[in-house]
Every structure is written in structure tokens, then in C-alpha cells.
Design a protein around this ligand. Sequence first.
Ligand SMILES: [Zn+2]
Length: 913
Amino acid sequence: MKLSRTVMVCLAALAAVFGILGQTKQPQDEEFARLVKEWTTKPEFMSPLVDHLPKAAGVPSPKDVLGYHIGAPQKLTYTAGLAKYYNALAAASPRVRILPAGRTDEGKEQLVVVVSSEANIRNLETNRSYLARLADPRGLDEAEARRIIAQAKPIYMFTGGLHSAETGPPEMLMELAYRLAAEEGAPFDQIRQNVIVMMSAAAEPDGRDRYVDWYYKYKIHETGESDRVAGPPYWGKYIYHDNNRDINYSQVTMRNWLKFYLDWHPPILHDLHESEPFLYTFSGQAPQNPSLDPILYAELPWFSNFEMTKMIGYGMPGVWDHAFVDMWSPGYLGFMASNHNGMLRMYETFGNGGANTMKRNVVPPPGEEAPPAPGGGGMTSREWYRPLPPYKEVEWSMRNNTNFMETGVISALELTASFAPTVLENFYRKSLHSVEAGSNEAPYGYVLPAGQPDMTRAAFVVNILRLQGVEVGRASAEVKLKEGTFAAGSLIVKLDQPYGRLAKILLEVQKYPDANLRTYDDAAWTMGLMCHTEVREISDKAVLSVPVTPVDTLSISGEVKGSGSLIAVLDNGANTLATLRWRLRDASFEAIEQPAKVKGAELPAGSLLLADSPRVRSEIGKLGLQALALDKAPEVARHAVDVPRVAMFSTWGGTQDVGWVRYAFDYFELPYDLIYKERIRKGGLRSAYDVILIPSQGGRGGKSIIFDLESKGKPLAYLKTAEFPSLGMYGESDDIRGGMGLEGLLELEKFVQQGGVLITLGAASYLPAEFGLARTVEAARPTPQVYAPGPIVEAEVMRPAHPIFYGYAEKTMPVRYANGPLLRVPEDGRGWVLMRYTGTEPSVLSGLFKGVAEVHNRPAILDVPVGQGRIIMFATNPCYRWQNLGEFGMLENAILHCNHIPGPAAVTSAEKR
Ligand SMILES: [Zn+2]
């Protein structure tokens, strides 16, 4: 094996010498060739595509601008450096242009670099219109389509650095841009001629700078796997690694990428990641989403096999496909391409989390094996899809990583350039098939009926669809279909449109194809179930001809009906009801504890009462709330709704899931202090806070919350300094290691004993049980027979009069199963159970739940009185990735009514209604 590889490398080198690859006509950067050879740890980790760098008069290489070649040890480039290089390149070369794509949370620019032939760059706008026409082929006849395909160039877009610890792609892309602009001969002439290449400078610019700061402060001293340092607590503002799971595009940076994609329609989007040895190229393995076009599933292995063929041909080991990530969830960022009839491509290459060269154990030493990746198994075994496997141990460098990535992507561009009309024709066919699928087979559409009690969540669903480019219409008159009669104003999604298949994927119930297959992420995401919003699937073809007016953005205006000095704001489950309380924080509010009939209208339990004023009416209007003006308060029990002081606790080592909760609280304007171990340890929590919320975070148990990052090595300060200005954001610490410890736990106990409300979500609910805060509650883990990748299941409300259920009218509700603890209460604690899982097969409403019987009748939410206070334990996660907005109201209620939660006995009698 070794010999043959060496021979192949030598042949490739000979080919280069004789100009077969065409680069010898240009003067070469001798220093580059010498240094990259030095930085590449084995000859077979190099290819003839990247072992040299031509010089082009007047066109700056990365080193000319940055002072170092790409892949240099211990060099990472900040976003300012990336922008500086790309701007210099664009200024010097008519083959390069920069396009702005928006700004991040922290105000950094999102840059896209375009490289192609001079003619293609000049014709960029014309080409954009060609691709837009193919993306929406309605009314386009076959001859016209052929004419466009003959003239258009496919855009092949790269995104790199979405995950900030995966540091290589933004570096590699600079060298790729230079090569594409400056290198003459094959395959570059043909690529420029036939393809428009686009690339992000960094897909997550905020995280890039924070990570590079952290790298230069701490990780640059790493020598190997044994002294590796934890990463920075934050990448971007909120959600860390989950920026690749933001299915509803909550984050401004991800929304900007989607907007850019829909502006330009790249038929191929290639997202560059790092994790697997040495290069895994995505081929779309099962389970595959059956709504997407079969063409896509043919294209993916077409590309990945070509890359394998080329790279194994160059003698590069460890290039493989097939067995890692599947095509089920549509929620990854790069899936914006396949969701819109393009082609998603993805790499995992082998990164060191920085730019240090170090020995890596590809196979962990005995006793340290991680559980096998979904469908992956050992990464070093020889398989049909991995004919030349990675080595078990390797000295690995940033330059190796660069060589693999760059060789792969140049091969992919070579294939695209060779078959550009096929890529374009497939893009056109997939778009056309999407329109046809909605015209020829059920379902033909979806209806969100008008007049739902809370239309704000219906608007959320509609506006996410709009953001995704899906057309939604408003019925101008009453609609009669086989499924029923829907009032004028109902929202209609017809599936005979280019993104009809995406609408179907997002709105339908997920029927998981094979319970024996594992999936890399969630098995279910059905938007109506997640939002507790009525979405009706329509198999009556007549829906396609219902007259509608197009909806751009759906905004719901609230209103106050009637007259009187007192306003009753109906609790119909709108999440903005809590927003109103905080927006009018100086006003006095009361909540009614039982439903009441007033002036012929029904006020649900939880409706808020406050004095009328123009400001009140204006806010009700803006927040989409429904209200009645009354002369006096209804004759039912009510309580004052105070403005509680809320702290949200985050570990330093697990900020991601907390980030989703922070995002939702910020969105709905619910104020909180974000606190860390430092504040907990200081004590005096009860005098400062009414509620402490511990979102799910950091692993699967209480221990990870109490002890967090291990205190090994040196202290890790997270502080803003002149040298490292991106650190110390969203919190500061002299040393992020060590966790709150048992002393912190005692402070939490004091808080509850003294009357505070502790709320734990998801896996954080192990903590009160495991550490005795809720002494008699048991928290068990499911057996290995359970496999529940985020299905949506039915839960049963046990105490409907409890304030947590204000705004919830039904006895059962869909919840996302969060893999939280299996809770058990003692006999005398039965009254603590607010909600439980039904745990039957029919209770699985969407997605896959193997072993659902294990959760049969297990508590989903507990309200446990402890001392003067209480602990509310959600085994669910009512604030999951900006998806289950139907459950979020329970968390809001737990906070808003924290001072007026009845004891179990009182509730039991009140609930016999
Ligand atoms: Zn990644």
C-alpha cells in the first residue's frame, strides 16, 4: 500500500513537471512549495493540485497581504484579516468581486467572495436572472429552459467556519480564491470559464474572532491531545454549535445567509466542517427525506465518489463517504440548498481545533472509546465506502487539513466545470418537479384556518415559510374543501410552487421510514404541532384554485372590543401576553384564576386585568392580543401579577442550550440576569431573585451543572482585554473552570428554602433529584432500548387549574420529547405532577420513539414544594431551538405567576370543576 501511494505521488509530481496539469508556465512561489512540504507531515497528505503556488503579476497571494502562507503553524486569521485579503484580491483582479451579505449580531460584516472569469464576473447580474428563472420555472417552456441552461453558469458556493472551533476552512478558502483567480491551465481555466465560485469569508464572523482570540490566548501553547484546553464559552452571541440546527433561522447571521441564497440561487452549496479523519464527503445516506427529489440523491454520491476517485488517485488516504450524516432533518444550515431544489454538499475534515501540529489518536486509546457515531462505527476500518482508510495514529497539521480540503473542493469544481449543463439542468428539473409534485399528487396544500384563538403563533409559522421563500396566500372568501369549510382570511399554502416540497416537509407529520436507522439529529419538527397551531393538510385538489391574495409578512394586530375602564386581555396562549406584562412594568395587573363569562364573551383562566389607557391599547394592538373593555372585574378568584426578578443560570462549559432560552427571552422582552457560578457562590440569592431558571445544559446530569469544566491545567479567564476584545462578552470570569461546586448547591438550596422558585428544564431536572434539593423525587435514565431523537409526543395535563396551564385549553397537548429524566414521585407527591407522558404507541405524534412504553405515565412537569419555595421540574424542554413555541407559554406562566402558585392541596380542590 505504502509503495503504491508513493508511486502515485511521484507520478503526479512528474505530471506536474511535464506541464500536464498546466501550471508550469507560470512563475512559482518557491518558498511556498518548500514550506508547505515542510508543514505537511507525510508525502501522501499532499496532492499535485496544492503543492505549489503560482505567482501572478499584481495579484496578491495571502502571504503578500497577511505575511504568512495558508496552513502555517500557529497562524489563524481574524475576520479583519480575511476581509483585508479578499479586498486586496478583488482590487487587483477583475476575476474577483466582493458581495456584502449583511451584518451579524455583533455588527461584523458577512462577506461573500466571487471568483470566476472576467466575462462571468461582468455578467454576474445577467447570470443571477438566469438562475432565478430556473429556480422558478413556472411558465418557462422546455426550449426556453434549454436556451437559458446553455447560457447560464452554475454558482458553486462554499461556506466555511460556521463552527468556530473548526478553524481550517476560512484559511483554506483564501488560498482557493487566490488559486482560482491566479492559476492558469487545467483545471482552473475550465473552472473559471464554466463555474461562478462563491465563498463566505467566515460563515460565523462573531465566533471566528472570539475563537481566534481564545486560540492566541490559550490554545497556541497546546502540544498534543493530553494538554488540550477547553474552547471559549461562546462562539456567536447565542447558540454555539447549534447555529447548524437553526431550522427556523432565528439567528440574524443565519437569516442573512438564507437571504443571500434566495437572492442568488446557487445550485450547489458546500458547507465545510471539521471532525472526521481525514476527509468525509457527504453522500446523503439513509434515512433520506422522501419529499426531496430523487435527482438530489443521485447527485450527492456522484460528487462524493468523484472526489474519492481523484483523491485516492493522488494517493491520499482516509477519504470516504456514505456512513456518517443522513438526509432526514432539513434543519442544518447547508440544507437551505437542498430545501430549495439545489444541492447541499458537506465535508468533515480533520482539524486540531487551532493551527498547532500535534499527534492525534484517530482511534481513541483502549478504554477511552466514544460511543460509535450514527451509522459510522470505527473511522479507520476498511469498508466498501472507505477503501483507503485513515491511519489509527497520525501527526497532523493545519497544512495537512488544508491540502485535503482544497484538493477535494478543486476536484468538485473540476467536476462541476465538466458537467455544468447537467448541474443546471438538474437544478431546473428539481424546481420543476417540485411544482409538478404539488400539482399532481396529494397533499396539494395546507390551510391555517383564520380565527384561531391565538393567531400570533399562526403568524410565526407563516412568516417562517415566507422567510424560506414559500408563497402563502390569504383566502379572499370562505373556502369549502373536502376537509371542511374555512373562513375568509384563512392562510393557504398551495404546494404547486417551487418550494412546495419544502412547505410540505416543514408542515407534515414526520413518518420515520425505518425504526432501525439512526439519524444524526431530530426525527421530527412538524411546525403546527410544535407551535400548537392548527395546520390542516389538504388532499382536495380544489385548494390549488382557491383565490388568494399573496402574503408578504403576516402581522397580527390585537384589538380591544367594547368600552369600559378596565381592560381584560384574553389569555389565548399568545406568548406575547408576558411581553405585555413587562412592557407595562409599572402598571398593576391581576390575573383571573378561573374562566369567566362577561358580556357574552368567555375570558379564559389567566386573562389579565388592568386599567385602560391609550398606551395599554397601543401595546395590545402591537402584540397581537385580544382584549375586552369591562366596567368591573369578573366575580372570580384573581391574584396580582407582579414583576418577578429572574435569574437565568449558565455554566461556562454548556452555554448552547441556555443560548436558545436567552434568545427566546430577549425576543419576547422578558428581562433576566444571566448569572454564572460566580454569582451563585456569592450567595444572597433570595434577596436578589424570585426565580432562578436553569435551562438544560452541559451533558446529561446534575453533576455537569454543579462541577462543569474540570479544573485541570491553568486558570482560563474569560475577560475582555485590549489584546483580546472579543472575550468577556455575555459574562466575565477570572476562571471559567470548576463549576459552582457544592458550595453553590447550598446557595441554591437556601434560595428555595427561603421562598424562591427554582425552575429546571430538560436534563437540568436531574439536578434537584440527584442532589437532594427535591429529596423524594427520583430521576432515572432510560434503558439503552430507548431511542428518541426528538419526537413529538402527547402529554396529559393533570392539574388543569394550575397557573402554568393558563392559555392551554386542552386536556392533552403535543410536546417535544427532550430526553430529560424519567421522574418518579412518592405516593404523597402525586399532587405535584402537573403533566405526564401518555407513553403509548399512538401518543407518538411525529417522528420516531423506540421504547416509548418506558415513559408511560412518567411526569413531564413537576411542581414540588420545598421549604418556603418550590422547584418546578420540566422533564420536557419548553424552549427548544426556537421551535416549540406552543410549550413556551408554560415557562412564561411559571415565571409570571411564581408568587401565586397554589399548594397541591388547594389546587386539588379547586380543580374538581
Ligand atoms: Zn462543524
